[in-house]
Design a binder for this molecule. Sequence first.
Ligand code: AMP
Length: 585
Amino acid sequence: MRGWSEVAERVGATTRTSEKTALLARYLAPLSGSELRPAAVFLTGRPFSESDRRTMGLGWAAISTAVTNLAGTTAGALGAAYDRSSDLGQAVAQVLTLRTDQPDPANSPEIEEVAEAYSAIEAASGAAAKGKIFGGLLARCDCLTAKYVVKILTGELRIGLREGLLEAAIAEAFNRPLADVRMAEMLTGDAGETAVLAKEGRLGEARLRLFHPIKFMLATPAEDAAEILSRLGPTVWVEDKYDGIRAQLHRRGGESRLYSRDLNDISDQFPEIVAAAGAMPWDGILDGEILAYADGHVLPFLSLQARLGRKDPSGAVQAEVPVIYVAFDLLAVGPRSGGGTAAASAPLAAVGPLAAVEPLLSTPLAERRRRLEALELPVLADGGRFARSHLVTADSVEALDRAFGEARARRNEGLMVKDPQSGYSPGRRGLGWLKMKRALATLDCVVVGVEVGHGKRHGVLSDYTFAVRDEASGRHVTIGKAYTGLTDREIAEMTAWFEAHTLRQAGRYRLVEPTVVVEVAFDVIQRSTRHQSGFALRFPRIVRLRPDKSAAQIDSLQTVERLHGELQTGAEYLVTADARKPVRD
Ligand code: AMP
């Protein structure tokens, strides 16, 4: 693990992409299969592969206890160190320099041992048991190794490994085509598996698996109709942008499951959709949105919120907030197989009847949609719970504007503009899909600090400081502060959460674990030295909590820079609910 940590340190120290790739390729090439697997997974900044849904469940308190015990110092030392760097791995390393019994780097644990320790921490029940295993691991690590063991464990690697760089390094290390590595990674969702397949020359064996969710394709924000057309035109596909919960539906035989965008199984939150899917006469994977829907209308997201995170909802709850599934994409399809049970990890194409299920990720959207239209779905018109997204084409600014207005009239958020020739790129925010919310620009940010409010909000933590992610450094940089637009009940619930997840308190201000994602609306982006990002938002307001998003999925500083450029054509623009009007030079 010491070797891995040294490479990570060097990768973090250079800003040159080619150098990062070369460093990683040189490191990965000679590793044995058992070392290569965890080495590649850890480079994704996680203890487990992306398709592995286990979470460590080790909190700040357990880490702090282990570190302060080893260093023979007080709990405040870690908080103070964290305060200086906003990086827990670095803070841990710094505090551990106080250890009187520094381990010899030559005896630091092997990378396989670290992987085993992560699994053991995950499997242990209770904070004490987890903390004990972690303490044992940390005791054997020199400071540099400890720094990276903690960074991986907390999912905050921050060595400037942009998306795609690891894939490039794997391709270079084993001299394989980058496209093959990418495809294998898309299908397996496991960098360790991909690296081993590349090493052994077996990339072609990677298979899409049912009941094994793949990352969702993401959209890039765009506001200007003319720009959208020039990027994706001359003719673009325009779908309503539904404001619900993104979900992937996998089905085989009589078995169906729903997965959220953070790849969790949410089937038991929406049993009526799962039941309705059971009868469909095909196997495969749909991508779509779960919406609250009654009397022929989509209900606002607020209604759907009552169903969020609620397992096995009662009949009364199901009747109060009825849900439907709007499909907008088809990722794999084949004839329905006979079996009724989900063999969770059997490769889709591995056995008899499943061989007929065809992955469609590289197939152009136009063809995927054609196949989606041809599928038999229990649709709303027949009393079912399924629908296909509303789709029209547009080839002019006027047509796009009209479509926007019509989508709004149908009570949807805005438009998704798609390139009919684009493939489905899991996990990527490419230019194949643009989201047009135009009326109000919003950013997804993570809350990093909270304060008690004033007046009626005295005594609750209602003022949030939020941050975006700087892709260059991987760090969170603050961009604004807002009073929440949340309900009193939500504020009370969040207050309890923030109190339990405070990292440090300075007067009224609490530095909190950067976990809670909020969607922030604003009118103007300005350059400003007030916040770490170098930007400030005019009239920021929190539109809603985004419990469906993790801190890894927030918007980046680079998106803010681009939006700033777009909104800054000569004069500053005030973007309001119904018009864009120049404010002043
Ligand atoms: P956002 O959550 O603001 O980043 O916008 C992207 C999200 O819009 C996707 O993750 C989907 O949940 C949602 N969405 C709504 N309608 C569509 C659609 N027709 N096509 C693709 N995504 C959609």
